[in-house]
Design a protein around this ligand. Structure first.
Ligand code: ZN
Length: 457
């Protein structure tokens, strides 16, 4: 989820545990209530999902599971931090004191790998991962691209005070000690064994597991099938939210088509329990089947309908109106846009296939934002009129338009304090009507940035 820089195995240090669902006192809108209720999905608990299989939910931002074998246990994913993982390890030891013989990373994101050291005792366990482990972050690191960290902090709400945070859509609130600070993990928690090719059966401590390559959330994603207990561990290709087909912190393109294919492979197993990378597991054969089929259908629909619209010559802005999830899927509680959003998936499908050019030649060489804004202001009868219209829109709760008008004013003069305040107010009002936690956090963080007084020279 968090997408650190596993090329040098980077992750964040967390100190403050805010607990799930810091309820925002002043807000009581429907969206806020819905997002607040989602926190039930990651309240702290150990769930027995099958014989010998336990999942720790809510102790860390992601799920950590244990399968108890004959003479040892296998751990699947390890949480974000050593502190979180140590608490989980202590809970697991109450259930089994057998040594950890293997760890499986479902993918390389730091929120699933950062706590590994808590499960490594004196004897080093096998640590399994996909052969592409860490490949998503590698090109960004090589390019020296760092702004993803700032956007990631906005999306996660790290700079928001507790009363402005609800949750992260599929994870409880956490505060990192230092944002974006990477440190090198010791070699003890680097993967030692790699899944090569499509699938591989491994046997550790009497536990037989099938590791299956399943690109989607990342291209180093694997899912784990435990046939003896009929349990699927899906990694971040599944959690109870519309999936993050595109992440607003910015990531290399995620193949929506591959994600749907991987969900189809998951659904092919007759599982009685489905453990996602985040949120409560799904238990019960028919429920698992329905959830996976719906989830696959939703992702496939976004892909196919977008391609259909693209073949009609539609641009991304038109496509987000054209592609509407059918009601039988849009109404499902596990497909609400708490974390990912269908619109972003649509834009991502377009961008993944055709790149930035939307096909409209007007947009090949657009006026600069300032040149466009000056012309719009002239049309409006001057910047005062533009400002008045923005204020009117805000008062009428036409908040998106108010933000766009404020952007014109800021394009003309980026130091315009009134326009900054107006945009901050528009973003704040927009955020309070959002079920999507990442957009909500991003809006509220940028609103705070706009309200900050410039540093004295
Ligand atoms: Zn995750």
């Amino acid at each position: 989820m968090f997408g650190q820089s596993p090329g040098r195995i980077a992750f964040l240090i967390i100190v403050t545990l805010m607990g799930a669902g810091s309820v925002v006192a002043q807000e009581s809108g429907n969206a806020t209530q819905q997002l607040t209720r989602q926190s039930e999905q990651f309240s702290e608990k150990i769930i027995q999902v099958a014989d010998n299989v336990y999942t720790a939910v809510g102790f860390s931002v992601s799920n950590v599971s244990m399968i108890v074998g004959d003479d040892g246990v296998v751990i699947i994913d390890t949480g974000l931090t050593l502190d979180d993982a140590s608490r989980i390890a202590a809970e697991f030891r109450k259930l089994s004191d057998k040594p950890v013989k293997a760890i499986v990373f479902t993918h390389s994101h730091g929120d699933h790998t950062g706590g590994a050291a808590a499960f490594c005792g004196d004897t080093r366990p096998q640590i399994w991962a996909h052969e592409n482990f860490g490949s998503e972050a590698a090109p960004l690191l090589a390019a020296g691209l760092t702004f993803q960290t700032a956007r990631g902090a906005r999306q996660a709400g790290f700079k928001l005070p507790p009363e402005q945070r609800i949750n992260n859509g599929v994870a409880p609130v956490r505060y990192p000690k230092c944002i974006g600070r990477a440190f090198v993990t010791d070699n003890a928690t680097k993967p030692t064994n790699f899944l090569e090719g499509e699938r591989q059966t491994i046997n550790v401590a009497g536990v037989e597991l099938e590791l299956v390559s399943s690109p989607g959330d990342t291209n180093d994603q694997i899912f784990v099938w435990y046939p003896a207990g009929k349990v699927l561990f899906a990694g971040d290709n599944f959690y109870r939210s519309f999936p993050n087909l595109y992440v607003i912190r910015g990531t290399p393109n995620r193949s929506v088509r591959s994600w749907a294919e991987s969900l189809g492979k998951l659904a092919d197993n007759d599982a009685v329990a489905l453990v996602g990378g985040h949120t409560n597991p799904i238990v019960g054969a028919s429920k698992v089947k329905q959830v996976l089929n719906d989830y696959r259908d939703a992702v496939q629909f976004i892909h196919d309908k977008t391609v259909e619209g693209m073949n009609k010559g539609m641009t991304p802005d038109e496509l987000v109106e054209y592609v509407q999830l059918p009601e039988n899927l849009a109404s499902k509680d596990y497909l609400q846009p708490f974390y990912g959003h269908p619109n972003w998936g649509v834009r991502s499908v377009f961008n993944g296939y055709l790149g930035w050019f939307d096909g409209n030649p007007t947009n090949l060489f657009r006026l600069s934002p300032k040149s466009e804004a000056e012309r719009v202001a002239k049309l409006a009868g001057g910047t005062d009129k533009l400002l008045a219209a923005a204020k009117e829109s805000l008062a009428a709760d036409d908040n998106q338009w108010a933000a766009q008008l404020a952007d014109y004013l800021l394009a003309i003069n980026k130091g315009n304090a009134v326009a900054k305040q107006l945009k901050a107010d528009a973003l704040t009002k927009l955020a309070h009507n959002m079920v999507n936690a990442t957009a909500r956090n991003y809006d509220l963080t940028v609103a705070r940035e706009l309200r900050e007084k410039p540093e004295p020279k």
